[in-house]
Write a protein that binds this ligand. Structure first.
Ligand SMILES: [Fe+2]
Length: 298
């Protein structure tokens, strides 16, 4: 479970400018030369972008549109069943197409009107300071590739479906958008690796994999759960603990494997107030205050 994780495939550029995405041996597309060429092509487009330029559009293939359609068709009913109300309302407000892959600039247009967020391209992993820090400015770094078509309901790395169906919809809710901005501001206040790691850890257990109590049920708001067909039906069987920032910052988690512990807010308001207050006050002294300095800096 939670194999979707945050394991980006490394991207390199050769001296002659050739861009290569290095898929892991167990990636569903590793033995498909057409998919690998496509990943290289999209990565090159994403990398060609610089701040201030228009975000490049990808000419998605019919196969890629079909992957998007398949995921939307399977996951939408599960959102009604398992996602928190704010997410469901945000999905309706953003109203992304379900019959074709949206472009990042379309996501931006929708978000601008609702919360002021914009999407910019990333070929793969973005340095932590930059990824989190730019959230303060309402900027989200998003991949543009899609998972392999042979297994449309699984991905070992965060693809456009995770970034847009998970994060994009969440960022259409004004309070969730503000929570992301607060996390970004916290990341920028931190000058130490330990401080930044605490921001990343709390982000992981809230914005990525958070759950909350609502109407007598456990519901999900984390982008990693809500974008994953396999995981969304599993989270209620996990070990559920109350929000505990010291535990979030010290618990061992493997981003590539089953994650047995989730942290639940008492309500959506509790999430916004409690986690918001944490990010608002988080700085380089936070690891010490939580008593996790040695663990966080290890
Ligand atoms: Fe994510």
């Amino acid at each position: 479970m939670f194999e979707e994780g945050q394991l980006y495939s490394p991207v390199t550029t050769a001296d002659d400018g050739t861009v290569t995405v290095h898929l892991g041996d167990d990636h569903p597309g590793v033995n498909d030369p057409d998919y690998r060429a496509r990943r290289n092509e999209i990565a090159a487009v994403s990398m060609s972008w610089s701040p201030g330029q228009p975000v490049p559009r990808i000419d998605y293939t019919e196969t890629e549109h079909e992957v998007w359609r398949t995921v939307c068709e399977h996951i939408a009913p599960l959102h009604e069943k398992y996602a928190c109300r704010a997410y469901r309302d945000a999905v309706r407000a953003l109203d992304l197409p379900r019959d074709r892959v949206p472009q990042l600039d379309e996501v931006t247009t929708g978000l601008q009107a609702l919360t002021g967020f914009s999407y910019v391209p990333a070929a793969g992993i973005v340095p932590l300071e930059e990824f989190y820090g730019s959230l303060e400015d309402g900027v989200f770094h998003s991949t543009q590739y899609l998972r392999h078509h042979a297994v449309p309901l699984y991905t070992p790395e965060p693809d456009l479906i995770h970034e847009v169906i998970g994060h994009g919809n969440l960022l259409a809710d004004p309070q969730m958008a503000e929570l992301n901005r607060l996390a970004g501001a916290a990341a920028r206040r931190c000058e130490t690796k330990a401080g930044l790691q605490v921001v990343a850890d709390v982000f992981w257990f809230t914005v990525e994999f958070g759950v909350l109590h609502e109407g007598g049920e456990l519901r999900a708001y984390g982008a990693g759960i809500l974008s994953s067909y396999g995981e969304i039906e599993e989270f209620r069987g996990m070990q559920i603990r109350p929000i505990d920032f010291a535990a979030m910052a010290t618990i061992d988690y493997d981003i590539t494997h089953y994650q047995p512990v989730l942290f639940a807010a008492e309500s959506f308001d509790h999430l916004i107030n409690d986690v918001g207050a944490f990010f608002a006050s988080c700085d380089d002294d936070t690891p010490g205050r939580l008593g996790v300095s040695s663990a966080a800096s290890a």
